[in-house]
Design a protein. Structure first.
Lengths: 112, 114
């Protein structure tokens, strides 16, 4: 089955700096890669996703890149703000089903 | 904006007891899911449900677990005989379609087994 690894597990940045979180996946059949943000005690919320037919997607300060050959994808947050502080999870889904396989999460702390 | 809702927010039970966790998916969604998250660990898929039947399940979803859509709005997860290791946050999710459709998560039910 699919295995998703996520790094780093914690990330501390100064407000205004960029943050990058990286994930690798094992199943080459995976074709959908969402990123979820989970604030303390709250539900995971989708912030951006990418499908395997594109290499990059951007939404304001957030971007995701996908390298299918290397089987890794990354989340980039620019101009970080304190409200970006949360746990971020990457996930992968293969074409055969609907289950999402999640990475271990990255706790991002943005210091004002 | 419509949201997935879950009840209760926190459930405490004794080992060996049965629990039912309830979810109300978003009304026009057709695909429903249960995930769990043991404290400090990753979110893990349990089961997906479509057209009144299980479409996919993980190794975690053994005979102690069952799901049901008893009416047009509720989606339930039953654990027949709870174990200590079932203690976790259980998230329900729903999506409008399959494939790369966004899965919307509920707020979770924290299950504590004593």
């Amino acid at each position: 089955g699919e295995n998703v690894e996520q790094h780093p597990s914690t990330l501390s940045v100064q407000e205004g700096d960029s943050a990058v979180i990286k994930c690798t996946y094992s199943d080459s059949a995976s074709n959908y890669f969402p990123w979820y943000k989970q604030e303390l005690g709250k539900r995971p919320q989708l912030i951006i996703d990418i499908r395997s037919n594109v290499g990059e997607k951007k939404d304001q300060r957030i971007a995701v890149t996908l390298n299918k050959t290397a089987k890794h994808f990354s989340l980039h947050i620019t101009e970080t703000q304190p409200e970006d502080s949360a746990v971020y999870f990457c996930a992968a889904r293969d074409n055969a089903g609907n289950m999402l396989t999640f990475g271990g999460g990255t706790r991002l702390m943005v210091k004002p | 904006e419509p949201e997935v809702t879950q009840t209760p927010s926190h459930q405490v039970t004794q080992m060996g007891q049965e629990v039912i966790l309830r979810c109300v998916p978003i009304s026009n969604h057709l695909y429903f899911y249960w995930y769990r998250q043991i404290l400090g660990q990753k979110v893990e898929f349990l089961v997906s449900f479509y057209n009144n039947e299980i479409s996919e399940k993980s190794e975690i979803f053994d005979d102690q677990f069952s799901v049901e859509r008893p009416d047009g709005s509720n989606f339930t997860l039953k654990i027949r005989s709870t174990k200590l290791e079932d203690s976790a946050m259980y998230f329900c999710a729903s999506s409008r379609t399959s494939g790369g459709a966004e899965q919307f998560f509920g707020p979770g039910t924290r299950l504590t087994v004593l």
